[in-house]
Design a protein around this ligand. Sequence first.
Ligand SMILES: O=C(CO)COP(=O)(O)O
Length: 226
Amino acid sequence: ALLDGLAAGAMRAGETQLAVCVPFPYLAQAQAALAGTPISWGAQDVSVHTQGAYTGEVAPAMLADFGVTWALCGHSERRALHGESSDLVAAKAASALAAGLTPVVCVGETLADRDADQVERVIGEQLAPVLALGAEALARLVIAYEPVWAIGTGRTATPEQAQAVHAFIRAALAQHGAGQTRILYGGSVKAANAASLFAQPDIDGALVGGASLVADEFLNIAAAVA
Ligand SMILES: O=C(CO)COP(=O)(O)O
């Protein structure tokens, strides 16, 4: 019902590029519902291994078989609950790129990091192996800044807080020849706060969790992109 609702309302997003990233078992369903619409679909993770015997892993070429064009890499829940290191996350991004997918590489600090004034150090460390992939890779991937304390908490970063980190990420990307790389903000984005976030110069879009589970709300967020 959610996919059908998105497909039916896709034109409301205007020129905004819209994608949904679903758990692996729903990829075929996403493909069936969204093929031929302006909405693309992606996975929430991808294997670092492009091929080989890695039972339980989902290789990027398998995702491509289902028309997938996006793969989240290093969502904070993968980092925190599944022990994914920043090196592994960057390697997953490289794996996705090698199969022609667009990785959405997630970075973000915890509340403890923020309270200790460690935001730039933490984001810098998470970004470093991604930046090392080089300008060509960086131009093809997307970064999502998702402060852990804002995910699923209803506590959105203020537009100014988000912009400050986005500007830091932008500068790091620019130093590596990729100043145009898209940087999304994620963390309690909803239709009511989307426009003020999108008004910031270095916020290029959003990675939406809870609010994406209501088609109308998700489409209203998309429509708020200037
Ligand atoms: O983690 C997120 C998207 O990946 C953000 O989730 P919420 O929008 O529910 O805070």
